[in-house]
Structures are given as C-alpha cells and as structure tokens.
Design a protein around this ligand. Structure first.
Ligand code: PNW
Length: 479
C-alpha cells in the first residue's frame, strides 16, 4: 500500500488522467489566417492601455503554424491528455451563419495529430474569444448569443465528435462575466454589475443549450469548467476547523454564493442560491431569467472541470464598501492570505484544492471531477538551456498532494491538467506572466521544457509522486 507522508511514494488511481491545458487566443496567433474573424480579444488587446505594454495575441506562441511540433513536444513530455480550446471566430468568422471549413480543418488536424500520438483530446468550446460581430450586437448581455453558441457547438461537434470524446462547454463563466463585463479588465472591457449578471446568466444558458446539442449528437462526456475557490477567513487559513462568528459565517456564505454557487447550483441543481437572486435583483433585476431557463441550464453533465489557483479570504467588516468584482459584498473585507505568492500575487495554498474537491464530492456527489487547470506564474530564469523552476515544481507537488488527500477522503477526482503547456498570452498581463511548464522565447519561438516539465514527465510515468529513498552517505563513504 501507499505511504502518503511527505517525501514518500504517492500513487494515484489506475487510469488517472494526466495532461496539460491551453486556450486558443493565448497560444495560436495566426489571427488573420484560415478565414478567422476578429474576436473581442483582438479588439481589446489592440485598444491602447488595455493590456500590459499593449501586448496582443497576434502571434502568441505561433501554435497555429507549429501545432505539429507542439504535439510532438507533448508526446516527449509523456502527456496523456491535452485540453485545448476551439476559437469560435475560426469556425464562424461573424459569429453566426455559414461555417468556415478551414477553421474546422485546423482543429481536425490538431486532433488527428493528438490521437496519432496517443494523447486524449479534451476540447473546450468557449475560452473567451467571442466573435466581435456578436459583441457588436450586445455580446453576452444579449440572450441571443447563447443560441448562437449552441449553433456553433453543433458545427464543431458535427465535424469532430467522432474523434473527441470529452467536450467542455464554457470556461470560467465567472471570469468571462465579471472581468469582462463587470469590471472591464478583460474583453470586452465593460464595467457594469448589472451587465455582468446578465452575461453570467447567458453564459450558463449557453452551457445548457450546447450541452443539450452535444448530448443529442452522442457526445461521450460533457463537462463545464468553473474557477472555484474555497472561501476562508484569515483564521480559517490556519485552522480549517475554527468556529466562525455569525457575521463572519454570513460573509463567507455570501462570497461563496457569488463565486462558487452562482454557477454550481444552476448547472448541477437547477436553481440559483437565494443570496445571489437577492443581489442580482438589486443590480439590474431578474428580468433576464426566463421560465424554463434553469431547467435548460441544469443539463446532465458527466464531469465538472475545476480550475484552482488560490483561495478567497474574507471577513465581516461593518462599513466596508462592496468589492467591485463582487457586487453585494457590502460590509465584507477581502484580504490577502499571508502565504507565499506567485508572480500574479496569488497566495499559494495547496490545501485549498483539497477543500474544493472534498466540498464538491459532499455537496454535488453525482458529478465526476477533473482538475482542468492548476498552475503558477513565476519569474523564470533561463540558464543555458535549462529553467530551474523549483518554485513551480514545488507548487505542483503541493497541489498533487492536496489532490491525493481529497481522493483519499472520497472525492471522485479523475485527472489533473496543468496550466499551462506553454508560456503564453496571459490576457491583460500580456507575455510578462509565464505559466508554462515549457518556456517559450517569444522572439525565436524556441520551446524549452522547464525542470517542472521533466519532473511532471516522471510523475506521469509513475502515476504519482515517486521518491527513491534518499541516498544517505554511508559511514564508509563519508570516511
Ligand atoms: C484562468 N481571477 O483565468 C484561465 O482559464 C486561463 O486562461 C488563465 O491563463 C489562467 O487562469 C491564469 O490566469 C483566470 O482573477 C483569470 O480570479 C483570473 C482569475 C481566475 C482565473
């Protein structure tokens, strides 16, 4: 049997899925190739002042042209699964109407290369690159966008459904709605709480409508991906069992409803939590929620994708104004976590992953779990032809231990995908924040596996953490 104490072997269940993830706009480049239309991220990144140093995804990792090399690299790293996203504006340049065959051809080639390398493709249909033509008609604040998304999903599934088994509908509706429409730090750069709530509902509707289309089309596995975070108080960071004051407990519950249950409950239970409805009602009303929507949103899903980076730390603080990203959080103070941070400033708290996974298996026991993103940006240094990113390896090791602990506690975790395969266009941060296990030189496009990638290859090979017993010098050797 397995000993799970630090430094010993830690085996994952047989068949556990190991891989890496990316997203189209972050890696592809080739924004004018193959008949692709503009997306909101082209518009946003080309608007002065929106991204760090005006960086854009015009070239990114040039993956559109280098996909075959990148798949070879994945095979060398021993990846068993690869999660990528399909760029809607490659498939429908105007967001609706005729399908652009060249766009489908690109993803078909990619999928065929993956299958030939024995790497299982996981396709995400929406990772934030909304066709600009749809944004011009209201984007996600407009209900029609959800119906257009279902049409797009059908077109992609019709072409690739015989080869792609697992389909992820929408990536992180919270980020798309709140950062894009609520505070405007992501495309399309709008800043209105009411618009964010409308966008969020229509993204959920898009999930439900597309899940239905995928099911009718015979998709083997249907998933959605959420960014989930345990909501803690500063005290609970150190002691998860700490009893909270009534005020702190209410603060935690309200924020948990906004970031987690606003998405978990409609999709997995067919209802919005009461505190979310109350807050929505005060920010634009509930008119966008129509009869039958929650039934549509509550489609059976096989897998829940979890993107975990860092916990959310809050406490009750009378008089505190609401956090702009969390409408309705008056009298709540968001604080740092008093833990080491990544280059994003995100606190490193691996136990948060255990908490998220065990909570899901307790409160939503029917759905299988897959970590679709976990990773960290650090200030990597290239030394010769190596990147000694021990901080990133330690980050993954901590989170894999946390994932394993959740499995031992009964969580139905099926796999783990690191974010990200390659350093890439980190949205508003441009190319300054490097999340890859493979370093990319954005001048030459040279790919260089970091030490964390070499370490991850061994994890995959052993189906877990495998430590040779530390070689202690013998007395003779020392003498
Ligand atoms: C995720 N937040 O985004 C995305 O799915 C990736 O595309 C992205 O590169 C990765 O995480 C790293 O940022 C997030 O502010 C962006 O809470 C922002 C937040 C969470 C996730």
């Amino acid at each position: 049997t397995t000993v799970s104490s630090r430094g010993e072997t830690l085996a994952f269940p047989p068949g556990f899925v190991w891989g890496a993830a990316t997203a189209a706009y972050q890696i592809e480049g080739g924004v004018r190739e193959g008949g692709r239309g503009p997306s909101v991220w082209d518009t946003f990144s080309h608007t002065p002042g929106r991204t760090a140093d005006g960086h854009t995804g015009d070239v990114a990792c040039d993956h559109y042209r280098r996909h075959a090399d990148d798949v070879r690299l994945m095979a060398e790293l021993g990846l068993r699964a690869y999660r990528f996203s399909v760029a809607w504006p490659r498939i429908q340049p105007d967001g609706s109407g005729p399908v652009n065959a060249a766009g489908l051809d690109f993803y078909e080639r990619l999928v065929d290369e993956l299958l030939a390398a024995d790497i299982t493709p996981y396709a995400t249909l929406y990772h934030w690159d909304l066709p600009q033509a749809l944004e011009d008609r209201g984007g996600w604040t407009d209900r029609d966008t959800a119906y257009r998304f279902a049409d797009y999903a059908r077109a992609v599934h019709d072409r690739l459904g015989d080869r792609v088994g697992t389909w992820m509908t929408v990536n992180e509706p919270w980020v798309a709605a709140v950062l894009g429409y609520g505070i405007g730090v992501h495309a399309p750069g709008r800043a209105s709480a009411a618009e964010a709530f409308r966008a969020s509902h229509h993204l959920l509707l898009a999930h439900g409508l597309s899940a239905r289309v995928l099911r009718e089309g015979g998709a083997r596995e249907i998933a959605l991906t959420l960014n989930l975070a345990p909501v803690l108080t500063p005290g609970r960071l150190n002691d998860p069992e700490l009893t909270l004051s009534e005020q702190d407990a209410e603060a935690v519950d309200r924020v948990d409803c906004l970031i987690n249950r606003q998405f978990l409950d409609p999709t997995l239970r067919g209802e919005y939590p009461a505190p979310v409805l109350a807050i929505m009602d005060r920010h634009g009303g509930l008119g966008h929620i129509r009869d039958g929507d929650l039934k549509t949103i509550n489609q059976p899903v096989d897998l829940l994708g979890i993107n975990y980076y860092t916990p959310c730390v809050v406490r009750s603080e009378p008089g505190e104004p609401a956090n702009a990203a969390y409408p309705g959080t008056e009298d709540i103070l968001f604080s740092g976590a008093h833990a080491p941070t990544t280059a994003m400033g995100w606190a490193i708290v691996p136990t948060g992953l255990t908490q998220v996974l065990t909570r899901l298996s307790r409160d939503y026991p029917e759905v299988g779990l897959l970590v679709t993103e976990n990773g960290a940006a650090f200030d990597d240094v290239v030394t010769g032809d190596r990147v000694h990113d021990t901080d990133r390896t330690a980050f993954f090791e901590g989170h894999l231990r946390a994932a394993h602990a959740a499995i031992e506690a009964g969580a139905d975790l099926r796999g783990f995908l690191v974010w990200s395969l390659l350093d890439n266009f980190e949205w508003a941060e441009g190319y300054h924040k490097r999340f890859g296990i493979v370093h990319v030189d954005f001048e030459t496009q040279r790919r260089l596996p970091k030490d964390s990638a070499l370490w991850y290859r061994e994890v995959i090979r052993h189906n877990g953490l495998h430590r040779e017993r530390a070689r202690r010098p013998t007395l003779e050797a020392v003498a």
